[in-house]
Design a protein around this ligand. Sequence first.
Ligand code: AMP
Ligand code: FES
Ligand code: ZN
Length: 309
Amino acid sequence: MKCRVCRGKAVIDLPRHNASFCPSCFDSYLMDQVWKAIDEFRMFHKSERILIAVSGGKDSLALWDILNRLGYSTIGFHLDLGIGDYSRESTEKTRKFAVDRNLPLHVESLTQEVGASVDSIADLTNRPPCSACGVSKRHLFNRAAKTMDCHVVATGHNLDDEASRLLGNILHWQDGYLEKQNPALPDEGSLVRKVKPLNRLTEKEMAAYAFLKGIDYVVHECPMSVNAKQLFYKKIMNEIEQESPGTKQAFYFGFLDRRSHFYPEKDESTPSFLCRECQSPSYTEICTFCRIRLKVSLAGRDPDSGARS
Ligand code: AMP
Ligand code: FES
Ligand code: ZN
């Protein structure tokens, strides 16, 4: 197997591009894909400060590494979810990554912020763990970005994440989610801009990057992610890709090309309230995060308060 660019010994085969690459040409290819995503969606520029949400997994650690290499001003933000050994390992690997590279990292604890760990929150609020976790992450990423004067929040979502999410959203015609499925969501009031610079790169490519760069990351999936549907959609997309390389990107990029046609930009999508508790933009008087927090605190005061109903 020879590298398509330099004819040296290839180490990775990318059927979707009908190409193989040696480590050095793969690195150029990958950096180029990230650069294209940043440029195409005008995600951020060099004068802006980027908060990188770092989970301890391969994608977000690699993203931090890449943006740092590209010369962007970054600060890492890790949320300790309090999920036993999984969270301990995630926090430890994130801290070590930051210390080894002398990068600034801010760590917060979900248990401290909400008053309970993800599994207890799910139990007390009657929500699936991933839903309570997702709401909390979005809220706390945004708050951290504002507190630390960051212009934008970047996450490590990759092409596989986005294509499988698109499949799920289309299968259930989730118009609200489809409208928001964009690798760059602009600022809205006090909601900071959100971007996904890895949206052109697959899971396999990100794992190869992490391996080649010696990035030590958490390999296990979150034990709470019994969000089997998302994993199932990923599996289906991979089976299709196996039979017909290039379909995954054609599906997702095709959607992005047509997105504005199906979902034209609207002004009225900005939430009209400010949450009574935290002053974040909200569609209701109290935002979802604060409702979760209040329910947890009520349940803590009185176990029979009905918080489980
Ligand atoms: P996931 O939803 O777990 O696939 O994660 C998607 C992205 O969200 C990751 O690539 C990170 O950028 C971010 N993220 C997930 N979990 C955390 C966490 N505990 N702390 C900080 N960022 C996170
Ligand atoms: Fe949120 Fe697992 S990462 S519940
Ligand atoms: Zn609130």
